[in-house]
Ligand binder design. Sequence first.
Ligand SMILES: Nc1ncnc2c1ncn2[C@@H]1O[C@H](COP(=O)(O)OP(=O)(O)OP(=O)(O)O)[C@@H](O)[C@H]1O
Length: 672
Amino acid sequence: MMEAMEAISAVLPGLAASATGDPSMGLPGGALIGNMMASVGLDPSFLVKIGVSLTIVASVFGFLSNAWEGIIQMTKFFSDNLVSSATIRSTDEAYVYVMRWLYTHQISTDSRLFGVTCRKNQLNPNYRQHTRWYGSEPTDETEADGINVLEDDLGPKLKYTAAPGFYHFFYKRRLVLMQRKLKEDYYGFEEPEVDLVLFTFGRSPVTLREILEAARQEYLMEQRTSTLIHTTNGSYPATWSLAHAKPSRSLDSVIMKESDKERLLKDMKEYLAPSAKRWYQKHGLPYRRGYLFYGLPGAGKTSLTTALASELSLPIYCLSLASSSMADDVLLGLFATLPKKCIILLEDIDSAGIDRQSFTGGGFFTQIANKNEEEDDEEEEEEIRKREEKKKLAALKQGSSVSLSGLLNAIDGISSHEGRILIMTTNYRELLDKALIRPGRVDMEIQFGNADIEILEGLFKAVYADLDDLPGFIRGKSKMTKEERAQKHKEKLEKLAQEFSSRVPSDKFTPAEVQGYLLSHKSDPEDALDCLDEWLQSKLREINLVEQAEQKAKEKLERATERKIKELQKKKRDRLKSERKELEEEEKEEKEKKEKKEKEEKEKKEKEEKEKKEKEDKEKKEKEGVKNEDAAEAKSEKSAEVKKLTNGTSELKEKMETGDLPKQNGLVNGVH
Ligand SMILES: Nc1ncnc2c1ncn2[C@@H]1O[C@H](COP(=O)(O)OP(=O)(O)OP(=O)(O)O)[C@@H](O)[C@H]1O
């Protein structure tokens, strides 16, 4: 290195010469720099060394960057021409297939990079680097990314997933590369969006297709042994993700009226039959079916839905309208991305149309209440009672941002897929708008209430159905055959179940409460009966307290309602009175107007008649005037003629008398 520097110094003597003070040899300004450096005690040849070092570093950097560009170009050429790839987004259901397949096939167990979390729904996984993937264990639940949940006595075990990075594995002896990359704008506070890219060498995509098809088939086969429950995890935009894969639940495990259960199952099977779609199309009906499960909480609405999904091998897509993340556009988007055949479970549908703001006093509900008040005095007593009750119930509920029209739009709007089964649940059927439960949207309703005698018996038998769970229930078992034991178990259980159902008051407890009690004695049905009175007493005390409080609240509400009704009735009476008065005044005014008008018309008529008469008189007079003139004229003419004749006669007479004219008797006589 030193030698190289010396050589370069020789080539660039200017600066060194400047430093030695030989101006003839130096670079312009070199002497000045050299003197300045000497004055602060620095060796001027140091500058030369720095310059040389920088030149070398720049050359190496230039070489490397050219090389890197070359590598990128080569990789691009390689991936464009020699590699097949498949990209799967974590927002797509196919991602779940593939992740699940990779996990169950223990692919990449030699990977050095993986993420770890113990959260059930990993919204914020902290990715850490470890040394290898985790092997699978048998489990009964599956997580959102399709990987099983593991728990031991202490709680959830750590779960290992592929961290961002490159992996490789062999499938049918072919090398497959896998890249898992997080979306760039992931900041760690939301579920990361991930792209999974699979590569194989060669231009044929067959291997990748085989992997994806195998993953899909395994996933869908899973549906036959378990019920896949999808939900949305609050990410934006909202998408469906697998929340659980629950082991199939038999319909027998849901205790309810047998007739209801059979009716429901028959209806659903008919709807799903291959010929049904054509029938709907032929009759111009949308191929959809809706059911309403309503009634008390803990009475089996969700349990029945899960059991039906298992029975019909359909996945469940579950949404609660009471959820804060639910809104019209979210609901619409989620409905639009449902698979063709599924059960969509809409819980708490009574929340739709109740805005959260309503509970702060100035929102939607208050507006509705105010609006109602304006119209109140028009309502019948019964309507007011119903409305007041409804308001009270609504006040107990948490509102949702989903509007009623938003919900209706999602249910039967254009984006709503045909072929699905819609199950809506509510604890407050009386809060529902009629439009929501009209036929076509809800084709069958099932009510869930407290346990009656039939349900009590059924619950008891269901909890103690398995003899293997009941040590000491059948004594002397060892001497019996399996069938004998089963028969004995059945008979004894039947008897105990009847006793249980006769001692527990009917329609007092929800099935969940009864089941909860029985489960606290799950290995000893006789013990359950022994402790029954104590449980009943404490439970009935509790129920009494609740009922008393409820009664008080009800009476208070009734009093308030009565007051309101009286107020409204008075308001109505006052309103009617003032309306009547107004009416009378109007009538009076009307009458006066009418009389005035009549009088005016009469006067007008009289005036017209008078004028007419005057005109007629005038005309008559005029006519008579003309007639008189004519008569006078005729008269004067006649008299002139008479005069003339008289004159003529006189002349003739004179002539005759004078003898100028021969006598003519006739004429003379005639003139006389
Ligand atoms: N009819 C029933 N048969 C069997 N189990 C029942 C029945 N009703 C309730 N249970 C049990 O009670 C628990 C709660 O039931 P579930 O969630 O089905 O009630 P729900 O009516 O959907 O309540 P919510 O309205 O609060 O959602 C579950 O563990 C379920 O097994």
